[in-house]
Write a protein that binds this ligand. Sequence first.
Ligand code: HSE
Length: 436
Amino acid sequence: MGSRIGIGLLGFGTIGTGVVKILTHKEGLLKERVGVPLDLVKIADIDLNRPRNVRVSPDILTTQALEVIHHPQVDIVVELIGGIEPAKGFILEALRAGKPVVTANKALLAQDGRDILKTLEETGQDLGFEASVAGGIPILKAMREGLVANGFNRIYGIINGTANYVLTMMEVEGISFQDALADAQAKGYAEADPTLDISGMDAAHKASILATMAFGRYFCVNEVYVEGLEEVNLRDIRYAREFGYRVKLLALIKGGPKVEIRVHPTMIPLEHSLAKVDGVFNAVYIEGDAVGPTMFYGQGAGEMPTASAVIADVVDIARDLLKGGTRRVPPFSYESLERDVRLKPMEDIVTRYYLRFMAQDKPGVLSRISGILAKGQISIESVIQKGRREEGTVPVVMMTHEAREMDVRKALAEIDRLDIIGGKTILIRVEDGKGW
Ligand code: HSE
């Protein structure tokens, strides 16, 4: 080492192709910035014949990942296979072989990150995972370095490009959910299994990584409360606008004696910058206790934005290696992830709620609904009855004041059993913009 840094790539798919393009097309720029060339030594993929719109010498291609990991000229291993296995085994192998790793693998870190963290501790090796959250936005580096002086009060993120693209296309372009999703898949934004995008799981993976970085204790994705887009429909998106809100699939992370980590459709005020984030764009609003509010915006998915984040990690590690060290900055910002941080159960959160009941249009209906809400200490801020009878019921839409989740769930269970109610009540949580 010294005159060059060797890169070994595992996975030559969409993001891998972007990484190869940057390493080849921007070779000169990167050399000027790093001081030595970043040399693409070897690439492994199970399918070497798939057409890719970048040219590489056939000599550097292999189907054997171990050949890449143990190649004597590979200094940094880049894992872009995705999923749990075999990616996990390859990352552990590389770390144990004394090689730092760069990965975009949010599912692995969020679901099964403990073995990786343990091996990082044991080996003292480095791990870069900027590309795992919010694609091209350097949010992890910002939290780890630029915002290191801050405790984190609130982190609100639109961190799934596909879900945001689908919501935007439905609302603004009037196209169907299925067409919008197919379009996102064709553009390479969606996960291999797009239900991860729609179910909120992909955003939950990213939220667990952000929370680990914010609070210094490992949060597994199983600890994140998740709801996806399954129950969001155009009708609620339109009513939200009438109340002055927009519906976004939001990741919410809140500090406090007990922290909150959740992902669900959320109404945010139209005038807030987050409400204006459209299409595949992501944004993360972070409130630090020293810096105050900050907001980061950019493309959260796709070949080149994600490859940009991968290369940023490669360069950070290359610079450390060239100075004869490793891991100048701990991967998750804290020297140890053993902090005693408690999670607030979802039932205990307090927020405002949008509720849409499908109720019969006759006298006394509203008072029965509001009676049950009042019994549960849920106070109504405003109510609108929309239109006239549709198949025997009409939508009755309410905004509540702040209420406790457990009380709202209990009240809705009771309301949904009433004979005047013609279907499951729709609930969307509201972040009202107070203080943010
Ligand atoms: N499927 C993800 C998204 C890709 O749509 O945001 C980036 O993680």
